[in-house]
Design a protein around this ligand. Structure first.
Ligand code: CMP
Length: 140
């Protein structure tokens, strides 16, 4: 095991449902520490840049529209194997396939509106954390 940091986004659907606190509690209960956090309204340019790897996918336009449809909460989570742990706590991308008790099973409606995003690798975590946070904003 190694101590890692990973990037989480609580998406507009979950913010609208008023479950920010319940989701942060799942992270904390799963052994992750919130070491940076802010609420943000993404611009179209920011959403397109953040999800650039998906720009050829058919769902890209809908994804960007959804991600700018309201505020998001971005955070840096730290802990043992934080990247994998966060993905386990989130559950499968498609909430219909997510295990009971996971964030997506509890709070998400569909693959398009799936409550949370989490970095899927060390490379992605480094890029995604730097996308939203200066190093001075991360306080372990
Ligand atoms: P996320 O982890 O934020 O990464 C990209 C997002 O695209 C994903 O969650 C889903 O919300 C959304 N998406 C929509 N359709 C698909 C799909 N077929 N495969 C993967 N992601 C999808």
């Amino acid at each position: 095991m190694s101590i890692e940091k990973t990037l989480s986004i609580i998406k507009p659907d979950a913010v609208r449902k008023n479950v920010i606190g319940q989701i942060l509690t799942k992270f904390e209960g799963g052994g992750l520490k919130v070491v940076a956090v802010k609420m943000k309204q993404l611009t179209q340019t920011e959403a397109e840049a953040f999800y650039a790897e998906h720009k050829e996918r058919g769902f890209f336009g809908d994804l960007v529209r959804f991600m700018i449809s309201g505020p998001v909460v971005v955070s840096v989570l730290m802990g043992d194997d934080a990247i994998l742990k966060n993905r386990q706590l989130m559950g499968a991308t498609d909430p219909k396939k997510a295990e009971a008790g996971t964030i997506r099973a509890d709070f998400a409606e569909s693959i398009d509106e799936n409550a949370v995003h989490g970095s899927d690798s060390q490379v992605a975590a480094t890029r995604e954390i730097a996308f939203f946070f200066d190093t001075t904003e991360i306080i372990p």
